[in-house]
Design a protein around this ligand. Structure first.
Ligand SMILES: [Fe+2]
Ligand SMILES: [Fe+2]
Length: 285
């Protein structure tokens, strides 16, 4: 489990060099790519021009996660890799075990920057980046009444053996944990920057939900959205009407761009497992 902000001193990282061109990728699921496809993707990552990489989760499964993260780190050379994990990153293991292994790797690879520990990363003078993995909180759409079974219940040890009610209670806690995080860290970022990019895995707003090209089904929504975090981000955005907030997320694999307030946008990346791809080069003001 990622730490809450109270577990970590909040830090603002001044840029040693401005990050004007940030490459955003999401849901690359490298465990599902062939060796050849993965190598081509990493070669491309190494060979093109950008200042930093942003990953919004679902990098791999637990067994291969640190290997794949290390490969990304090498491909990016001296450029920083800002990342959150996604639910698939825990498949085959537990929250604590995966987070421990990733923290160990990040201590060895200085360009790996895990988001979710209180940091506000100043990309340029005007724009900062914050992030937290987040989680779907089970509240959207049909909620606990959903007819769809969530595979994570089978694949992540922390969920195994829970009743349906126990599972949904745990989801609520995970959503609250990320909401608490954004309540603490987002105002701090907005105090210091005109623009804030929020990176998270699960879309915090149902307006950002799609599934296979159409709007996300009512029964799927509980596992596709983090309403707890969304309510906090929305409320803070209203308080900081002169600041601009853009949420970048993944998880649904269905691209959506939506404006929720004049100063709040959500962008969800598309993905096709087995075929890791770039989302976009973000020009940072
Ligand atoms: Fe994914
Ligand atoms: Fe996901």
């Amino acid at each position: 489990m990622e730490g809450s902000p109270s577990d970590y001193p909040m830090t603002t990282t001044p840029p040693s060099k401005s990050i004007n061109k940030l490459l955003w990728i999401t849901d690359i699921h490298l465990d599902r790519a062939s060796e050849e496809t993965k190598s081509r993707f990493l070669d491309k990552l190494a060979g093109i021009s950008y200042d930093g990489l942003l990953i919004t989760g679902d990098i791999s499964v637990a067994e291969h996660l640190t290997t794949h993260l290390a490969e990304i780190s090498w491909a990016c050379k001296e450029r920083n890799v800002y990342f959150t994990l996604g639910n698939h990153c825990y498949f085959g293991s537990s929250f604590s075990e995966v987070d421990r292994r990733v923290a160990d790797l990040c201590r060895q690879r200085s360009n790996l920057v895990p988001l979710g520990h209180g940091e506000v990363i100043q990309l340029t003078q005007n724009t900062s980046l914050i992030g937290h993995r987040g989680w779907y909180d089970g509240q959207a759409g049909a909620g606990e009444g959903t007819r769809i079974e969530c595979p994570d219940r089978q694949w992540i040890k922390d969920f195994q053996g829970l009743t349906k009610a126990g599972f949904f209670s745990k989801l609520r806690d995970l959503g609250r944990e990320s909401a608490h995080y954004f309540r603490q860290v987002l105002p701090k970022a907005l105090d210091g920057s005109k623009n804030v990019i929020i990176a998270t895995h699960v879309p915090p707003f149902t307006q950002g939900l799609g599934h296979r090209g159409s709007f996300c089904d009512w029964n799927r929504q509980p596992f596709f959205s983090n309403r707890e975090a969304g309510n906090v981000i929305y409320g803070i955005s209203k308080q900081f009407a002169r600041r601009k907030i853009t949420v970048h997320a993944g998880h649904t694999h269905c691209p959506v761009d939506a404006r929720l307030l004049p100063n709040l946008d959500i962008r969800v990346g598309g993905a096709q497992p087995g075929f890791p791809a770039f989302q976009e080069f973000l020009t940072i003001e």
